[in-house]
Design a protein. Sequence first.
Lengths: 619, 375
Amino acid sequence: MLDNAAFSDPQRERLLFARRLLVGALVTVVLSIVLILRYFDLQISRHEDFATQSNKNRVLVRPLPPQRGLIYDRNGLLIADNRPSYDLTIIPERTEDMDQLISDLSELIDISERDIQRFRKNLKRRRPYEQTALHFNLSESERAILAVNGHRLAGAETSARLDRYYPFHDLFAHVVGYVGRINERESQNIDPVKYSGTDSIGKIGLEKYYQQQLLGTVGSEQVETNARGRVMRVLEKNPAVPGDNLTLYLDSNLQREVYKAFAGKRGALVAIEVETGGILAMVSAPSYDPNLFVSGISQKNYDSLLYSKDRPLFDRAIRGQYPPGSTIKPLFGLAALESKAISTDFTIEDNGFFYFKGIERPWRDHNSAVGGHGSGVGLARAIVESCDVYFYELGVRTGIDMLAKYAAEFGLGHTTGIDMPGERPGIMPSRAWKKGARGSSWFNGDTINVSIGQGFMLTTPLQLAVMSARIASRGDVRTPRLVKAINGVDLNADSEIGKIDIDQRYWDYVHQAMKDVVHSPHGTARKINHNLGYTIAGKTGTAQVISIGAEEKYDSSTIDKRQWDHALFVAFAPVENPKIAIGLIVENGEHGGLVAAPIAREVFDAYMQSQQPASMANR
Amino acid sequence: MHRNDFVRQLTSPGGDRRRARAMHIDIPLLLILLVLCGIGLAVLYSASGESISYIKRQATFMLVGLISMIAIAQLTPRFWQRWSIFIYLGGLLSLVVVLFFGVGAKGAQRWLDLGFTRFQPSELMKIAVPMMISAYLSNHYLPPRFKHVLIATAAALLPVFLIARQPDLGTSLIVFSSGFFAIFLAGIGKRYLISTGLLAVAAIPIMWFYVLLDYQKQRVLTLLAPEDDKLGAGWNIIQSTTAIGSGGLGGKGWTQGTQSQLNFLPESHTDFIIAVLAEEFGLIGVLTLMLVYLLLIGRCMVIALNAQTMFSRLVAGTLSLTFFVYIFVNMGMVSGILPVVGAPLPFISYGGSAIVTLFSGFGILMAISTEPKRI
């Protein structure tokens, strides 16, 4: 191997290198020509195409957010409106120094750390030359301050926007709900195109349930900008389509009466138009002002609502689950009659206690202390005077399967399907339910508890109202609805979807018994029958908050007020031609007849008055 | 350091050229570089949305680069020849360290945090690899034998793979070409060249299925059909070709490019800055820049031809050819004839370490150009 190559030859090496470098230089020239040809091709041969393309880029498409649909009550009163509000926005491309600008602005108006954080986060997901909000809801004086200092705040602008406004404040809070800023989780589930330019979304209540309809369709405008992105002219405008307007079955006047009646109390009332299933009034007390949430509630306000002992944010009407107590007695009476477990002639002797074979401990009547309801107690009297012992016997004779079957038909134990999000199903216990939920078999003792609406049984005020409406209409099954019409077109949701099959005689019998609850001198709600110009059928109820032993006596003076019994009442009116049916509960109200029934009377009075304004005025 | 490492200071009686030579400054090279820096700052001003702070920072980088260039030029090529192996090994070590302890952005680990400053080892390798291979090959008789070619190839490929792992395809491509050019210029036989070429072709499917990551494959596919992915990877290419094409012959005027000013052009102040130049100054601007670049490369090749030692020749030739690779890769990718890899346009794109590296390379060229003739 050590041949003549071993002799170093600098001259030869140098020549070889020069030849190679020449090759390199040639390749460089050739590739340079390739590059030049490419740029020539783009810039000269295809210049026209690209110039057109680039001009298209100067045309920006800007979203035009739609106006959110309005919500009216049945009389055309506006209960959810849009009002202009002003935001401080920034277009970063037009600012010199963002940090400096923000600190300048902070000196002029009150900008919180939270504002700045949200602003910086939103900056990352915006398009070039799109304005990003730094601070919402400028006051009049803040707008004036910004206008005066505008010349030294390049890039900052005041921009107008429509914000949701609820003129009735707390009156419809739980029903209508509210809109709020789209949060991160929501932004992942929405179509960004449909929501471009829109920054609020229905969070709860009708605003959430009808979000799609209320939103509207986003429009757009094509604008030509100069090289700095400033709009020179609008080329084409494709206006936004406002969201659908909703008309509710709700009656603001009735709602206000109900809300007034609950002043200082906790509870809920739902009133249903019997003919249609439409919700006439739906109140959960206490309430809150939904306007607080529209442009972001302060932590302090939110905490005070969230941690209040009275739980104003909790919608008791559809989410509160309470034992129905004696309010289910008419329903179970109908179930027992229709299933032939008892007849209308069947009577018992009630001495205040009910013994079941094989169980030593007796079940107590609510008036066991005065020796029960006496002898010859039939179904009618058991409803009118609310005799528990009769219903223990009735429950055992009818059996849980039959009770559960009819309860389900009257709307208990499952969601009613109302057009509201977050409704709770309550519990109508059955053999299958107990096996699944508790893992044990059903005992007769369970049936006895259920037959007076206690034990495992839970219902929402909405379910009580639905049950009441189905009794009132003699078995017409209608889904409760809040929205009557969309854009003035009736939804026809009032068409009946089923019929509970019960003999007319039994309807008559139970209606009469419920009427006597109010109108007879022994009725548990007799307190509300004075000067009554129409007829009311009802049933009182008392739901235990704490369990009382058979031998113990419930004594409100010895227990905390928050553990007092809940007072319940279901009713409809007028009895002959039922128009309105209600279910209501007053938390810790103790007695249905004394606390809950008077509220029903006020509501019925207001409703009956509104039905015949002309004839009332003539009288 | 030897006393000999510093070139003897010739007492030169008058004449700018001779005085410059005494300071180890190659006047034509320096002038061309200053022109490039000027063009760079002007285009950057427009591309950064007329940001003074960008210009200040870039000018500072350029100043630091100029100072390092002049400092490096004071050391003789012999010094660099002797130390190249250690610089290379140090660079290799820091590349390994960067894989484990590196910091970085956008999913790539490229930096070593030294506390007071951050250091990018792959930048160092752009100079260390050609120097080390040139030093190694020039120690043996040329043309190199098979054994030497093999060792030189291994020395080049090792850092290439380490850099590709970061992943930084653009830099590893530069380092690879610098190694290749050094071996090529050393006079490697034609048989080797042809067989290497065939091997490279054979390696394409292997690279595609086993080495390239999904996003890298996507970039190649995007090159072939950018319209298929309008909003994703194709967006950059569509917007950059639109910017270039709409510039036409004379351009839209400085700071008047709508594509770049309206933020349609991504990375407009870094890798895609040539599109800003092409949009605002048109084909005339592009050709002018090309001319300046080719003058620079031409000057470097002259320096290579006139160099005193084989080492100097190889280093100078390699650096000039590699410099063209920067330009070709960047201008090719922005105009849509090469896949998108991260490769800045020398002296025009914003970025500190790239500029300092470039100037350092030219510092070595200046040292070579002003090396006294050996008799």
